[in-house]
Design a protein around this ligand. Structure first.
Ligand code: G3P
Ligand code: CA
Length: 391
């Protein structure tokens, strides 16, 4: 099945509303959502364009921007991703501030991605919290107002792997989601091509319990900027299926369920005493259920091609064909140039900041039929795709 067929099936508003209602039936009640919120035909079919069908296959998704070259989740990183040819920019991972704004950080804990530790006025905010069951120490976005966060500057998260990126430490502030939505339009005009973004709701259950629900805030902003249609150039993703179900009730955007390692449990499942793991979600039954409320999955690369005990790639699983059979596209994560992030046979030497044969790795993953991939190095991805399409 080609991607247009996959996407075409997955994008039908009627299908989505009907299947979404079937899957959500009980779930919607659990979530406390109005059952009729997404009745067929009550929302717009989109705001022009061809939606997902307009994206190249495989699509190159700039993971946190061009985070291989710039501190992640900054406008410097996002713009470079576009300069390097990314089809979509992951702008951004979304977390809330104390006063309810959405900002772009990979995690609510910002000790490793900002200069907050160098601000004596915030020393007293350092604390330990249990985040999705994991004790975590540092500074958390939900303890800062937006005005306070705007006094911070982004720094490189993994300087041992990316020492050159520290050149840019201190240059950019933390973007808000609203700034991203405006930036997207500016960049689309400036570049004469549609810029796509791929925001992710981070730790939605954790934040909802703090009174800082993410999905309504995301939906409100998408509506404000007329980007909540099924053809809008905004794909929404989350590791928590109930966050995607909630978004499915609020907006018509393409939706993607992220899938971590096979043995892991989405944190909303943990909270709801749902015993299923990701291994259950990637069965044909699990995928059929996801297809009732989402258009795609974002599996970790290991779910597409597992690794042998020595870290080399084994044989691909049937996940790509199983997902395509139920109309789901696949955007696995994350390919990176540096040795430690590559399958063992594609590493070159032992240096943690040296590049391995990432083109070899791209070739193996593209050969599985995936619809796109998150990468920290969009330029590498674009070249690898050209090689792949040449055959
Ligand atoms: O969203 C795809 C990928 O970004 C998921 O992993 O942890 O980098 O947000 P993470
Ligand atoms: Ca992400």
């Amino acid at each position: 099945m080609d991607s247009d067929q996959v996407n075409g099936r997955a994008q039908g508003t009627g299908r989505r509303a009907l299947l979404g209602a079937a899957v959500l039936g009980a779930g919607g009640a659990v979530l406390g959502l109005p059952g009729a919120a997404r009745a067929a035909g009550t929302r717009t079919a989109g705001h022009g364009g061809r939606g997902l069908k307009s994206l190249p296959k495989p699509a190159v998704i700039g993971h946190r921007g061009a985070s291989g070259y710039r501190p992640e989740h900054t406008f410097g990183s996002y713009e470079l991703a576009l300069d390097l040819g990314a089809d979509i920019v992951e702008a951004g991972d979304l977390v809330p501030t104390k006063d309810g704004h959405l900002v772009c950080r990979h995690e609510p804990e910002i000790g490793g991605t900002t200069d907050v530790a160098a601000h004596p006025e915030f020393a007293g905010r350092r604390t330990t919290k249990v985040l999705d069951g994991v004790p975590t120490t540092g500074w958390f976005t939900e303890d800062f107002t937006l005005a306070e966060l705007k006094t911070l500057r982004a720094v490189e998260r993994i300087p041992a792997n990316r020492p050159h990126n520290t050149l840019y430490d201190g240059r950019w502030e933390i973007p808000t989601f609203e700034e991203v939505l405006k930036w997207q339009d500016e960049q689309t005009r400036k570049r004469g091509r549609q810029v796509w973004i791929y925001p992710e709701t981070k730790h939605p259950t954790y934040f909802r319990k703090l009174g800082l629900g993410l999905e309504e805030r995301v939906a409100k902003l998408l509506r404000k900027y007329d980007k909540d249609g099924r053809n809008s150039p905004v794909i929404l993703q989350s590791f928590e299926p109930s966050s995607i179900q909630r978004l499915n009730q609020l907006v018509d955007n393409p939706l993607v369920v992220l899938l971590s390692s096979a043995g892991s449990r989405p944190y909303d499942f943990v909270e709801a005493n749902d015993p299923r793991t990701v291994a259950d979600l990637v069965t044909p039954k699990g995928l059929r259920e996801i297809a009732g409320y989402a258009q795609g999955i974002g599996p970790t690369l290991d779910l597409v091609i597992p690794k042998n005990a020595d870290g080399t790639l084994a044989e691909p699983t049937t996940l790509v064909s199983d997902a395509h059979k139920v109309g789901l596209l696949l955007h696995p994560y994350t390919l990176r140039n540096e040795n430690p992030f590559l399958p063992a046979e594609y590493r070159k030497g032992g240096a943690a900041d040296a590049y391995g044969d990432v083109f070899g790795a791209f070739k193996r993953y593209f050969a599985t039929g995936i619809d796109g991939v998150f990468t920290d190095n969009a330029d590498t991805g674009v070249l690898a795709r050209a090689d792949f399409l040449k055959g």
